[in-house]
Design a protein around this ligand. Structure first.
Ligand code: ADP
Ligand code: ZN
Length: 750
């Protein structure tokens, strides 16, 4: 159910705030309210078990015939037949949830209009979190060499070499190496792999904040001192740390981390694209002498459990994580860094719809921690919060060392006379040639995965679409499949057109990263070309290896999607060619200009990181477009001011509030009926001066076989939007399989 509204939870404001004083211990038999992760309308009453239980204790309770996980949320309500109330089965062996976490979950649920159980699920995503400490077998590299090196054996050794400092269970090691358990066992028998008994959850190695840092520039030192002082004050504040790519933002915020560690507090660094953070981990290790915990969906179950427990026991000082790391049970959180704070991946678009950047600020405000939002191209939201005096602002104005920002230029495609199935203009080609002659790297950027966005039948004009969504299937020639980027459904490329059955008439239309790679190979047959797209590598590890190779010069031309725009350091790269700078400007997204500006600046920032100066060239059919001009001029303040003025005028975020309502279900008429009903019964919204738009079919009107209808609510900045929304949507009864999801501050409108 996730973010879908369970109507019973829709008045979270009526509940008492957990910070309001409760007893913090309940004697055996006392009534306690236990919140479970099950989709129930409320916390249920139970009796405290023998030995009593603390407020916040993680417990196992009976629910019908099942046993479920829950948290002692407060005293029982006592409004249920007392004779029927059952006992808590047991208190789990985990540190009780702290008040501040209860408050955080409650407020985050209220803000995002998410049922509290769904929020609690985010905070309990560690397998076996209540199991007692125990021993288990783990596997490491032994001293012996294998008598015979098979492919499978080599993969095991490679995995151990790469992740040697992690503890693997047999299953995990076999899975990561892609071999059967018996291969590992065979290596154990030869002493190549060692089997050890180990406590399940090892504390993390201590990080030493007193190791020497790099010598900071004056700018950097000033920034670092300001942040460190904030951390030492142990009060909440948010600072926007702005500086071009390569200006040393990371160096600066690592000093804030050092200050937190020195003060005995925990720190969290949120990064987008968490699976690709090797360079960052190395830097942490260099600065503090040991690796931090890495929390993300790719971490093994064992590792997740270990992190959850160690964070809760204060035996983990620094977590590097994806957005869900915000929900770990920190004991003493002093600092949250949100790196690349403008990145759209901080908004979770499925299940609980929350923005990790905003929730980081909420979390920190509750526990008296500092927040650092780092970016070269901050979101307009953060920019406006600085203007309003809510956030402080720190600037790093120059790149570190000799590197300077790249020279920006446009290639006016109207004058290039390019064939319709070619994408690299003669001008760009000539520029790439120059780099190749000088032995430098060039990058071609296109923000489209796959081979071609459209597959068209030349006989009947049919475009191949997804059977479950109103979306085109995208050809991925590398995988030899058509893939729906909406639902992930894939099928082999057909020989014949599914509509008219003509054979051999299907043709790709438009460019994707793979097709661009093909074109580049034709233009530069001698060059070493690396195409980087997430779906071309079987694992994050293979992709990481590829990126590391490129950084060391293993490619002359790098071709990539958005993936390459993020934080990778290619010292020899001096030219970035953006194949289609106009792409992001199409469509009706209110942030189209902002996103294009950010992405173009960021991609351009890949060029010229070391001694050689860089150039970024934008292929565009509309060089006079104000956004393209702003990007070329590099006058960020002017761009943001103009963008801000426009949004203010329109009363849209960050100067007004918005919420999206997505109704979905298998029956299109039912979905529209519910949408129309909502639109008519807009009393609760009118009372706060908000307007409703819609219902309208969502731009992608069907996903996974469910029809989707959107409504959009606009309100003034100060309007109590959530309360009104809660009352408003509570008026409709959802029949059958229908769902209603509320998206506060929507980022995408599909
Ligand atoms: P940003 O996070 O702003 O992109 P980084 O912190 O990654 O910038 O710095 C860019 C590069 O410059 C990194 O390789 C970093 O180690 C180096 N660097 C930055 N500041 C210093 C410094 N004061 N001394 C030495 N190297 C530095
Ligand atoms: Zn689909």
């Amino acid at each position: 159910m996730g973010g879908a509204c369970d109507l019973a939870w829709l008045n979270p404001f009526a509940r008492t705030d957990p910070l309001v004083s409760h007893p913090d211990f309940f004697e055996h038999g006392a009534l306690v309210a236990v919140l479970s992760t099950q989709p129930l309308g409320r916390a249920l009453d139970y009796r405290a078990p023998e030995g009593g239980c603390h407020l916040g204790a993680f417990v196992e309770v009976p629910l019908g015939p099942r046993k479920v996980l829950g948290v002692v949320w407060g005293p029982g309500k006592g409004d249920y037949d007392l004779s029927k109330i059952r006992h808590v089965i047991r208190v789990l062996d985990a540190a009780p949830m702290r008040d501040e976490m209860q408050t955080f979950l409650t407020r985050a649920a209220a803000y995002t209009l998410t049922p509290l159980p769904a929020m609690l699920r985010l905070a309990t995503r560690a397998p076996g979190l209540g199991d007692p400490p125990s021993m288990r077998k783990i596997y490491r590299r032994g001293d012996a060499q294998p008598n015979k090196v098979t492919d499978a054996r080599r993969r095991v050794l490679e995995t151990l070499d790469e992740y040697g400092d992690l503890a693997f269970t047999l299953k995990e090691l076999a899975e990561m190496a892609g071999v059967t358990a018996s291969v590992v066992k065979g290596l154990v028998a030869q002493g190549v792999v060692r089997e050890e008994d180990s406590p399940r959850d090892l504390p993390f190695a201590r990080l030493d904040p007193d190791l020497p840092s790099k010598t900071l520039t004056e700018d950097q030192a000033k920034g670092a001192a300001a942040l460190a002082q904030g951390v030492r004050a142990q009060r909440y504040a948010t600072t926007l740390l702005r500086g071009v790519t390569g200006s040393g933002k990371t160096e600066v915020y690592l000093e804030a981390v050092a200050a937190a560690l020195k003060a005995g507090r925990q720190a969290l660094v949120l990064l987008p694209e968490i699976a690709l953070t090797e360079q960052f981990l190395t830097r942490v290790q260099e600065r503090f002498g040991a690796k931090p915990a890495e929390w993300h969906s790719g971490a093994t179950m064992t590792e997740r459990r270990r992190i959850w427990r160690m964070v809760g026991q204060g035996q983990c000082q620094l977590v590097i994580g994806a957005r869900s790391a915000l929900f770990l049970p920190y004991q003493n959180l002093g600092l949250i860094v949100v790196d690349e704070e403008h990145d759209t991946s901080y908004k979770q678009e499925e299940g609980v719809l929350y923005n990790a950047r905003d929730m980081a600020v909420l979390r920190a405000a509750i526990c008296g921690a500092q927040v650092v939002l780092a970016s070269a191209t901050p979101s307009l939201e953060s920019w406006a919060n600085v203007e309003a005096g809510k956030y402080q602002r720190l600037e790093l104005t120059s790149r570190f060392g000799p590197a300077v920002m790249p020279t920006m230029g446009a290639i006016d495609m109207r004058g290039e006379g390019l064939a319709s199935d070619r994408w690299v203009s003669p001008t760009l080609q000539a520029e790439v040639n120059k780099r190749l002659e000088r032995g430098e790297q060039a990058m071609l950027f296109i923000n489209r995965r796959g081979y071609a966005p459209i597959t068209l039948c030349r006989a009947c004009g049919h475009q191949i679409g997804c059977d479950h969504c109103d979306a085109r299937m995208v050809e991925h020639r590398f995988l030899k499949r058509l893939i729906c980027h909406q639902c992930g459904e894939s099928k082999p490329m057909p020989e014949a057109c599914p509509a008219c059955e003509a054979v051999g008439k299907l043709a790709p239309v438009g460019p994707g990263v793979e097709r661009l790679g093909e074109e580049a190979a034709a233009i530069w047959p001698q060059a070493r070309i690396a195409t980087l797209s997430s779906d071309m590598y079987g694992s994050a590890r293979a992709l990481k290896a590829e990126i590391a190779g490129i950084a060391q010069g293993a490619a002359d031309i790098v071709i990539g999607t958005q993936l390459v725009a993020k934080g990778h350091n290619f010292p020899n790269l001096t030219l970035v060619g953006v194949i289609d700078a106009d792409l992001g400007l199409m469509g009706s997204d209110l942030r189209a200009a902002e996103r294009t500006f950010q992405l173009m600046r960021q991609v351009a920032g890949r060029a010229g990181r070391a001694e050689a100066p860089g150039t970024a060239l934008l292929q565009t059919y509309q060089p006079e477009h104000p956004v393209i001009r702003a990007i070329l001029a590099g006058d960020e303040e002017a761009f943001w001011a103009a963008e801000a003025a426009e949004r203010k005028q329109a009363g849209v975020p960050p100067y007004g509030r918005m919420a999206g309502i997505i109704l979905s279900g298998p029956d299109v008429a039912q979905v529209f009926d519910a949408g129309n009903l909502l639109a008519r019964q807009d009393g609760p919204l009118r009372r706060i001066g908000a307007q409703v738009y819609g219902p309208a079919p969502a731009p992608i009107a069907r996903v996974r076989g469910r029809h989707r209808v959107r409504l959009l609510v606009k309100a003034e900045k100060s309007a109590p939007l959530q309360e009104a929304l809660a009352q408003w949507v509570a008026q409709v009864r959802l029949k059958g399989e229908m769902r209603l999801a509320v998206d506060i501050d929507p980022q995408s409108f599909y």
